[in-house]
Design a protein around this ligand. Structure first.
Ligand SMILES: [Cu+2]
Length: 492
């Protein structure tokens, strides 16, 4: 029952597809009458499905969200009588609703399961509903069967689409032994992998696939789920999801699993690689001589014994041991406390036999991106502990390498790509030393919901990922985690 009202989210012009998604950071939205005969006073409220996502509203002040006034409804908005489409929009902002007390957000579990209802302020009649989704990254172990299937279908499509583009192979080729020096072992490790995850997630969300019944299936509602390796993940390492190894370490899938024909794009002769079938088996603690553990039929868990990591760390330790970025990310040489890149990141990788344990081949295993999603989440948790500075791209405690990197070669920590003002390889197309010699995969894919960071991201844009520090919706990168909120400023 459209009473001549329309709402647009993230894209006022309405020229883009798949724009009706929000996370925890306020997103711009607009409402207007289509063919008004007089002004109309309306109230906006949640009007979604039961148990679906929910949204929070913010009034607009000079085009920015009034962060001091979040509310579950916007009352008595006057929609102008003008039919001029340039001037009769009324702007507001919306975000997913996050309960700061429970630490959980009202997330969607399927596409468009929440809605903004437009009610007549005087009669309270429902005039119009705009459907949308609170789309955030979730714990892979708790996905619904549908969420799991859609994610697996999407990555399978990216892995098998060998036409004009070959997205999964491209992602693998950005992360070879020859590129490792650019992206590992220095401060940019976390920002670089944040952009890398975003690249995959945007590739997924842009997928549209024709179905046999003539419809087109979109994957715009899909996000990368995270593997919380600090707890057992009994629902992940099964034949229905990421597979379970046979006695040779070859990962087995059920026939209904979209990954059943997954190919690694590897042709190595290394015993832990052996493409094109995917290998991944739980590794015996500290046993480098026998990388598979076929006798382990229990739930694979994160074991901390690995060739590069002998540290035992908890989630609390990881995010609380250090208050400055440099030590948080890289640790302190000659100290017993590692940084996040060593533990838990390195430990999680080498807790398995298979491509996942080798830097150059790890993205051949879809688990890589779920592991790294949790690494990125740990960075967001650390940032969120002290929002005052850890989201500020200009604060040296938020990120230690300020300014521009040099063009020498030694040490790599002083060169391009590691500093806040630097553009990130390979999206900047820079294939000149000291960068890796290939960078021809194009810019970072665009998102229909946000404009940041653009095709050539700067490192500093990765830091304030949901505009906690700037409070400027234009800085939002378009992803969020289900359990890491955006803090609203408090009224004094
Ligand atoms: Cu990596």
């Amino acid at each position: 029952m459209n009473q001549g009202i329309i709402i647009r989210i993230n894209d006022r012009a309405g020229t883009k597809k798949h724009t009706d998604y929000v996370g925890w950071g306020p997103r711009p939205a607009w409402v207007r009458q289509i063919s008004p005969t007089s002004t109309l006073s309306v109230t906006l409220r949640n009007n979604g499905l039961l148990n679906g996502g929910r949204v929070t509203f913010f009034p607009s002040i000079n085009g920015r969200p009034d962060m001091l006034s979040p509310s579950n409804q916007l009352s008595n908005i006057t929609l102008p009588a003008s039919s001029d489409q340039e001037t009769n929009w009324v702007q507001f902002f919306i975000a997913g609703e996050f309960n700061q007390t429970t630490g959980r957000g009202a997330v969607s579990s399927r596409d468009k399961d929440t809605g903004v209802g437009v009610y007549d302020s005087s009669t309270n009649a429902l005039l119009y509903t705009k459907s949308l989704m609170v789309r955030v990254r979730k714990n892979a172990n708790r996905l619904t069967a549908t969420e799991r299937r859609d994610f697996l279908e999407a990555i399978m499509i990216l892995n098998t689409n060998q036409g004009v583009t070959f997205p999964w192979k491209n992602l693998q080729d950005m992360h070879l032994p020859t590129t490792s020096r650019e992206i590992h072992g220095r401060s940019c490790f976390l920002p670089w992998h944040r952009a890398y995850l975003l690249n995959l997630e945007r590739d997924i969300q842009a997928l549209e696939v024709s179905q046999s019944n003539g419809t087109v299936k979109s994957y715009a509602h899909v996000t990368i789920p995270y593997w919380d390796f600090f707890t057992t993940a009994q629902n992940m390492f099964t034949r229905d999801f990421l597979g379970f190894p046979d006695s040779a370490g070859v990962v087995q899938f059920n026939a209904s699993n979209p990954l059943i024909n997954w190919q690694t794009n590897l042709s190595g002769t290394d015993v832990v690689i052996l493409g094109p079938k995917l290998r991944r088996a739980h590794r015996l603690q500290n046993s480098s001589s026998f990388p598979w553990n076929p006798s382990n039929t229990g739930t694979p868990i994160f074991t901390l014994g690995g060739q590069w990591s002998t540290f035992t760390r908890t989630q609390n330790g990881t995010i609380n041991d250090y208050s400055d970025y440099r030590r948080f990310a890289l640790g302190v040489s000659s100290s017993n406390l590692p940084g996040l890149e060593t533990s838990p990141h390195g430990g999680a990788h080498v807790s398995w036999g298979g491509p996942i344990m080798r830097v150059g081949w790890s993205p051949a295993d879809p688990l890589f991106f779920m592991l790294h999603c949790n690494i990125d989440r740990l960075w967001t948790m650390w940032q969120w502990l002290t929002p005052g500075y850890r989201f500020n791209p200009s604060d040296t405690n938020s990120y230690d390498r300020q300014g521009f990197g040099g063009t020498g070669t030694v040490p790599s920590s002083s060169t391009k790509g590691n500093y806040t003002e630097d553009t990130l390889w390979p999206w900047d197309g820079d294939d000149q030393a000291p960068r890796p010699s290939q960078a021809n995969w194009g810019g970072l894919p665009a998102s229909p919901t946000v404009s940041a960071p653009g095709p050539i991201p700067r490192l500093k844009q990765m830091i304030d990922y949901h505009a906690q520090y700037s409070q400027n919706p234009a800085d939002h990168l378009g992803f969020d985690y289900e359990d890491i909120p955006l803090d609203y400023p408090r009224r004094n």
